[in-house]
Each structure stands twice: as structure tokens, then as C-alpha cells.
Write a protein that binds this ligand. Structure first.
Ligand SMILES: Nc1ncnc2c1ncn2[C@@H]1O[C@H](COP(=O)(O)OP(=O)(O)OP(=O)(O)O)[C@@H](O)[C@H]1O
Length: 393
């Protein structure tokens, strides 16, 4: 991919333009007048997502409500504009081009993902069948590559942000662009650490600045793959104090030939893929599109030899065709990623946005992958619970 400044200028202009237009057209509406609220789909410190029916059109939609108390208009406009800008990708949640405000909330409308999110279908301590996981991973990888090709970094890759339309993952879409920033943008670390957080971010102390980089998405994507295939987190935090992580980096850095116990279920090819995605050294981490070259191999040692188990060749072909149609010719190489990540040319942004780091994930003492009921919080143990955190950007 060309790293010409003209490309990033073009991206910058259209996103800025979208935000300005959205700001100019932001109407004040009464939700009940135009929408019938069916039920709540998700909730957090950010606000909530409701399933609604458009009264005039009869269309089902998901309305995302962001509390004005904790969300600046600028943050809302950025999330809305980026979501809109990314929505042509078939593996990114679609938008209706509707944004408005009420007394209490900023609101925008998305297509409704009728089977919820990926977290709901990962069986704890078991994981998804390889064929289903691969099908899902394939679509998420295309979405992430689409984003990276447009010089944006998602920064919140996790199963809760992968929306699904059926439980076999024939159609999945990446969502939640609340944390998304341009690669190279200076940001400050104020958030907590979750299992998906890359080690270089775990090292950054609170309020310390760093540059947004594609490689942190690649790391989170690697952790997501592990979670999907095993139903466990690989570690609680990618920090040396975490024994699961410690064991992993000793193997990763070839200090030991012994594959850590929870990684022994993977084939050699899958381990090679994880080594590339989860390279501890940020500049040695591969680009997300490198996973495409691993799909023809088996990933699980005990899996059926037939990789298409649970899917059909036609579906794989369809994904392939969509990939060809939607992707730019290439995504950044490791070197390009390194240089753009280091570039200080990104727009300096101000403002803040409240998010919950992990509203629903938990890690038990065996790293098992459980869901805490959204409303009730954590009963204890090594649980990750909703943490309202001010992210300075
Ligand atoms: N379009 C949609 N269709 C169906 N469910 C949705 C949709 N959008 C969101 N949800 C549900 O609501 C949850 C929260 O949505 P979203 O991730 O956009 O909010 P958020 O505040 O940014 O969350 P977080 O802080 O955890 O990243 C999702 O995990 C999903 O379960």
C-alpha cells in the first residue's frame, strides 16, 4: 500500500467532512415519536443499545444511546462518522445515516444484528468448532484489514464488539468504533488492562502518551482467536507478573522449546500463526491479512481433518469474492506500519469519552471464559468487571 501523505489527507478530509455535516444536521428528537422501543440489546457506562422499530418504515434498527453527561459531542460525532465511513465493508456493521440528540443522549442508528455478539456463543472452556471459528475469524480479519487500509486503528477488538447474525457465524460484522483513531495519533493511556491489551500498552503508565498503532489491533485479534478456539483467555494481563503470560513469552522468545500447556492443542501451523500475531516485539508483529495464508491448514490437533466441517465450500468462496471486491490491493507492511505508527503527523485531538473497558468478560482462576450477567457484575476471583474510565484522546 502506498504510504503517500495524500492518502491519509484524503481520509482525514472525508472524516472531518462527515463530522461537520453530522454536527450541522444533528436534530433534537423525541425517540418515542419516531421509534417503538422493543428491548435493550446492551448496556454499559457508555449508555445503551436498544432494538427499535422505525414507526413510519417498520424497519428494525439498533439505536446506540451515548449519555451526554459522559460523552462529549466531539466524541459522539467521531464515533458516528467513523462508523458511517467504514460501513461499506460487508463485514462492518451497517448504518442508516441517522443521528440525533435527546435531552439526555446522543443517538445513532445501526443495522440490527439479530443473534447478538460473539461472546454469547463461545462455550466457556471449550471454544467454538474450528470451522465456525475460522469462518468468523476470516470475516473479522477482512473488516480489520479494511480499517487498517484506511489508516484507522480499532483499539477495542474483543468478542463483544463482533456482532453476529446467526450462531454458525455465516455472517458476522465488526462494530463499536468508539475507541477508533487514526494510526499515528497521539493518545494518553488512562484505561485499565484487559486480556486483549497488548504488552507495550500494559507497560505504559497511566497518563503517559503513546502513538496509536495497527499492531495493538493485531495483538487483540490474536487473543480473540485464542478465546474463540479454546473458550479461555490465554492470560489475565500480558504482563510478566502473570504466570500464563510469562510461560508464553519464554516459548515465544524461544527460551524454551516446551509449548505452554494451554497452547498444546494447536497444530504447528496454528502455533506459527500465533507466534506472528502475538509477537511480543511490536515491530515484528505481522499485519492482520497474514492470517489469510493460514486458513488452508488445520489449527486444532484434535479437530476433524475436514476444515470445511460446519461450512460449505460455497461460503468460503463467497467470503473470498467479497474480500476481493471490498479490499484495497494491500494493507500496510510491517515497515509501513512501524513508520506510520511512529509518525507524529496525525491530528492532535482533544476531548474525552467514557467507556467501560470490559463490561462482560471474566477470567476465573483457570482463565476460563465466563460471562458475568451484564447487570450483576462480578462475584469475585480474577474477574474483570465494568470499569468506567475516562479515556483522554
Ligand atoms: N447493532 C447491534 N445489533 C445487536 N446488538 C448490538 C448492536 N450494537 C450493540 N449491540 C449489543 O450491545 C453491546 C454494547 O454495544 P457497543 O459495543 O456498541 O457499546 P459500547 O459502550 O461501546 O461497549 P464497550 O464499552 O463494552 O465496548 C454489544 O456488545 C452487543 O451485545
Amino acid at each position: 500500500m502506498s504510504s503517500s501523505p495524500l492518502v491519509s489527507r484524503a481520509n482525514m478530509d472525508i472524516l472531518d467532512e462527515l463530522q461537520l455535516i453530522a454536527a450541522q444536521n444533528l436534530e433534537r428528537l423525541e425517540v418515542n415519536k419516531y421509534y417503538e422501543v422493543i428491548r435493550e440489546l446492551g448496556k454499559g457506562t457508555y449508555g445503551k443499545v436498544d432494538l427499535v422499530i422505525h414507526r413510519m418504515r417498520g424497519t428494525k434498527m439498533a439505536l446506540k444511546f451515548l449519555k451526554k453527561k459522559t460523552t462529549k459531542l466531539k466524541s459522539f460525532l467521531r464515533e458516528y462518522s467513523i462508523s458511517l465511513y467504514m460501513s461499506p465493508c460487508p463485514f462492518i456493521i451497517n448504518m442508516f445515516g441517522i443521528a440525533f440528540e435527546t435531552d439526555e443522549y446522543y443517538v445513532f442508528a445501526q443495522e440490527y444484528a439479530l443473534a447478538g455478539d460473539l461472546f454469547d456463543i463461545i462455550p466457556p472452556q471449550v471454544g467454538l468448532p474450528e470451522a465456525i471459528a475460522k469462518r468468523c475469524v476470516h470475516q473479522v480479519a477482512i473488516a480489520l484489514d479494511y480499517l487498517h487500509c484506511r489508516k484507522l486503528v480499532h483499539r477495542d477488538i474483543k468478542p463483544e464488539n463482533v456482532l453476529i447474525f446467526d450462531r454458525e457465524c455465516r455472517k458476522v460484522k465488526l462494530s463499536d468504533f468508539g475507541m477508533t483513531r487514526r494510526a499515528g495519533s497521539p493518545v494518553k493511556r488512562v484505561s485499565g488492562t484487559i486480556p486483549y491489551t497488548a504488552p507495550e500498552l500494559c507497560d505504559v503508565s497511566r497518563h503517559e502518551g503513546f502513538c496509536v498503532d495497527y499492531s495493538t489491533d493485531v495483538w487483540a485479534f490474536g487473543v480473540l482467536l485464542f478465546c474463540m478456539l479454546t473458550g479461555n483467555f490465554p492470560w489475565e494481563k500480558a504482563m510478566p507478573a502473570d504466570s500464563f503470560y510469562q510461560e508464553f513469552i519464554r516459548w515465544q522468545r524461544r527460551r524454551t522449546g516446551a509449548v505452554p500447556s494451554q497452547w498444546r492443542r494447536f497444530t504447528e501451523q496454528a502455533l506459527r500463526m500465533f507466534r506472528r500475531l502475538l509477537s511480543v516485539e511490536q515491530d515484528r508483529r505481522c499485519s492482520v491479512k497474514e492470517v489469510f495464508s493460514y486458513f488452508s491448514h488445520s489449527w486444532m490437533l484434535d479437530a476433524e481433518t475436514d476444515n470445511n466441517n460446519g461450512s460449505t465450500g460455497n461460503e468460503e468462496l463467497l467470503v473470498e469474492r467479497m474480500k476481493q471486491q471490498t479490499l484495497a490491493s494491500s494493507s500496510p507492511t510491517a515497515a509501513e506500519r512501524g513508520s506510520s505508527g511512529a509518525a507524529k503527523g496525525g491530528m492532535k485531538e482533544s476531548g474525552h469519552h467514557f467507556v467501560s473497558v470490559s463490561t462482560t468478560s471474566s477470567v476465573s482462576s483457570t482463565n476460563s471464559y465466563d460471562r458475568i450477567p451484564r447487570e450483576t457484575g462480578s462475584p469475585g476471583g480474577r474477574m474483570l468487571v465494568a470499569t468506567p474510565i475516562e479515556i483522554c484522546v
